[in-house]
Design a protein around this ligand. Structure first.
Ligand SMILES: CC(C)(COP(=O)(O)OP(=O)(O)OC[C@H]1O[C@@H](n2cnc3c(N)ncnc32)[C@H](O)[C@@H]1OP(=O)(O)O)[C@@H](O)C(=O)NCCC(=O)NCCS
Length: 214
């Protein structure tokens, strides 16, 4: 049943392998359960915000605060966070975010999967689904992404989809200098090399209105 006030709860991106849904309170709990079991090798930090280093219950509480902050959506500033479901099971999360999107038409993406779900092609599948929402659903012109230079799986997903290099950035990582490789993908590249005809968008129009895109 459609949510009367918050259309993001009715938005779905479906591929044959997985579904993206904006998490309600129940899905947020299930995301925490997956994340608590481990997202990456503890010896390696893939994130610029090291949320996975926090001990419980700070880990869960800071993640919940992050989810709740992301429920604040305005046309000029949003970060839409998704739970990734495979056969009804939560396996991880992806997000697409933008500042000034009605003018820039540029969005950034990010993602994580529970460790037990790595290396099965799900990272690439969820990136394609997230890009589909940005380019097809929201009429974006550019998608950006980035990862630390030693994050081989994340860079593997990015390179396998043919993004262009877009410089570097520096970030503190566990108190040391981390170098991030940045990438961009144009709408034209998405349309000719990435877009698939088996990705479905459900509940899109009210979300476009919420984001000032109607
Ligand atoms: C990044 C992440 C989402 C990737 O998902 P995944 O399901 O493990 O990756 P996939 O199985 O979809 O692999 C996609 C591509 O990357 C390649 N790849 C995966 N792991 C790789 C590795 N260690 N080295 C080189 N290439 C790799 C695959 O070969 C595949 O390319 P192909 O389609 O050309 O064969 C996942 O590893 C993860 O959650 N990591 C921890 C959190 C994280 O790093 N998030 C990103 C922060 S920027």
């Amino acid at each position: 049943m459609p949510h009367p006030y918050w259309p993001l709860f009715d938005l779905e991106v479906r591929t044959p392998r997985l579904t993206l849904r904006v998490p309600d309170d129940d899905l947020e709990r299930r995301l925490l359960d997956v994340a608590s079991r481990g997202v990456h090798d503890p010896g390696f930090m893939p994130f610029t915000v090291p949320w996975t280093d926090l001990p419980p219950p700070d880990f869960e509480r800071s993640a919940l605060e992050f989810y709740w902050r992301n429920r604040m959506v305005r046309p000029e500033s949003w970060n839409i966070l998704f739970a990734i479901l495979v056969d009804g099971e939560v396996v991880g999360s992806s997000n697409l975010g933008a500042e000034g999107f009605p003018v820039t038409r540029w969005f950034e993406t990010g993602s994580w999967l529970g460790r037990e779900f790595h290396g099965r092609g799900l990272g690439k599948e969820l990136r394609i689904a997230t890009l589909h929402l940005g380019f097809v659903g929201f009429d974006a012109l550019i998608a950006g992404t980035g990862a630390f230079v030693d994050n081989a799986p994340s860079l593997g997903v990015t390179r396998s989809l043919g993004y262009e290099p877009n410089g570097i950035a520096h970030a503190a990582r566990r108190g040391e200098l981390g170098v991030i490789e940045k990438f961009r993908m144009t709408r034209e590249h998405f349309e000719t090399h990435v877009r698939r005809d088996d990705v479905e968008l459900v509940g899109l129009d009210p979300v476009r209105a919420l984001l000032g895109l109607s």
